[in-house]
Design a protein around this ligand. Structure first.
Ligand SMILES: *Cc1c(COP(=O)(O)O)cnc(C)c1O
Length: 459
């Protein structure tokens, strides 16, 4: 594996970046004030390098996506081969291409549970937007056009388009676009550490599921289309639900004939130690959205899988006017297929379940010794480290968000990429990470947390 070392003119690029590039989810004022963004140049395995060749352990696998790690020549070859063969053709009007078909079939095999039909898109947001379109169409076809409301949870992230952001529940995101759109509702999330009060985790899990039922009854089951959730809420702060939660949510959805949607954009493709988060957390969804780990981020691609019950009326109805020019893109599909092949060949899912996941949990837990760490949460290779000013009262540092920003900076200085999500530091390393590399990650995180504690606790 030889990383390409292009000779970049970094000062020029940063100047142009500040002048012309508005970054997604970034503080634009700060990017301009600092004379451009942080330039990354190349990567290999679990490490990424900036243009000064400083090395960082990528504790986030990019943005929760580079599951098979960087520098995979096989994925490069799969893309190049497909580009030579057929770089693009549309799936509109009944067209299709070999990798698109193979990928659809492969996904249904991995998913099981009657999730036999797949639609493609290009991002997690588009997948969830597709879900909203699809569910509305489905209930119209079923002769229940009043069933239109979506119930999602607080702290949810489902993407950035108008519908996906409406499903999500971030205050500032909503304010900036006058969201949510009508018909999107939010209830308590199973966030025991911050919101569980004096309930034990399992009864809190049941109470949070009952909050969904209360919302269904308030709106009237005849008006509720679907409940959507990430099996583990990722961007909200790696919120791992109590075991009692999802089975009870599923029971409630069945009872009221409300569809259950799993947003597997982060949890899918091995992250929790199974192919999908719904397997780890013990429920069966009607609809699954996937992106990120589907191609390990080497190509933009996403998918939505649905059961026969949902596909049948759609197929029987003839034309459905939805899709994107690049839906089922052959190059992205070829890369996703090869990515899945690598995961199977290297037994990455089993490795997370049996070896690296448990080791990660055990090692990360040691960071709870730090005076500002309130709780460490893990599932598979997802980790959250919640920062508090007072462990006993779980009181947070003020102003909110500051502690995370300090910690993220200390991580970068120490050569670790760990993201701050509200008051929680989050981790989602490549699934190829070894035990020795987990030790390295925990050492770097520990050092950054010590430095953060020293800075925040000095008076
Ligand atoms: C990242 C993410 C999305 C949005 O995916 P994009 O590809 O950024 O549009 C949706 N749902 C979840 C759970 C995510 O983490």
């Amino acid at each position: 594996m030889t990383a390409i070392r292009a000779n970049y003119d970094a000062p020029r690029l940063r100047r142009l970046d500040a002048a012309h590039h508005i970054h997604p989810f970034s503080n634009a004022t700060q990017v301009v004030a600092e004379g451009g963004g942080k330039l990354f140049a190349h990567a290999d395995g679990i490490y990424i390098y900036d243009t000064d060749n400083k090395r960082y352990l990528d504790g986030m696998a990019g943005l929760w996506c580079v599951n098979v790690g960087y520098g995979r020549e096989e994925l490069v070859e799969a893309a190049a081969r497909q580009m030579r063969e057929l770089p693009y053709y549309s799936s509109f009007f009944g067209g299709t291409t070999p990798p698109t078909v193979e990928l659809a079939a492969k996904l249904t095999e991995l998913l099981g549970h009657g999730l036999n039909h797949v639609l493609f898109a290009n991002s997690g947001s588009e997948a969830n937007d597709t879900v909203v379109r699809l569910v509305r169409h489905f209930w119209n076809l079923e002769g229940k056009p009043k069933k239109k409301a979506f119930i999602a949870r607080r702290h949810a992230y489902h993407g950035s388009t108008m519908a996906a952001a409406s499903l999500g529940n971030w205050g500032t995101m909503h304010e900036q676009a006058d969201l949510p759109l009508p018909g999107f509702h939010h209830v308590e999330a199973p966030y025991w550490y911050a919101e569980g009060g004096d309930k034990d985790p399992e009864s809190f899990g049941i109470a949070c599921a009952k909050a969904i039922e209360a919302k269904i009854l308030e709106l009237g089951a005849d008006n509720v289309a679907a409940v959507i959730g990430e099996p583990v809420q990722g961007a909200g702060g790696v919120i791992v639900p109590p075991k009692s939660y999802w089975p009870e949510v599923e029971r409630i959805c069945r009872k009221h004939d409300v569809l259950l949607i799993a947003d597997e954009v982060i949890c899918g493709f091995g992250r929790t130690g199974a192919w999908f988060g719904f397997e780890t957390l013990g429920f069966k969804p009607d609809i699954v959205s996937m992106a990120k780990g589907l191609s390990s981020g080497y190509q933009p691609i996403s998918a939505v899988a649905v059961t026969d019950r949902i596909a049948k009326p759609l197929i029987d109805a003839g034309y459905w006017l939805h899709g994107f020019t690049y839906s089922g893109h052959p190059v992205a599909a070829a890369v996703a297929l090869k990515n899945i092949e690598i995961m199977e060949r290297e037994h990455l899912v089993q490795k997370v379940a049996k070896e690296t996941g448990p080791y990660f949990a055990q090692r990360l837990k040691t960071l709870e010794k730090n005076p500002i760490v309130g709780e460490v949460r893990t599932l598979g290779l997802l980790g959250g480290i919640e920062l508090v000013a007072d462990k006993k009262t779980r009181k947070r540092f003020e102003p909110l968000g500051h502690a995370g920003t300090v910690c993220r900076e200390r991580c970068l200085a120490n050569g670790l990429i760990m993201r701050a999500s509200f008051e929680t530091m989050v981790l989602s390393p490549p699934l190829t990470i070894t035990k020795a590399q987990i030790d390295e990650l925990v050492t770097l995180a520990g050092r950054a947390l010590d430095e953060t504690a020293a800075e925040l606790l000095k008076k």
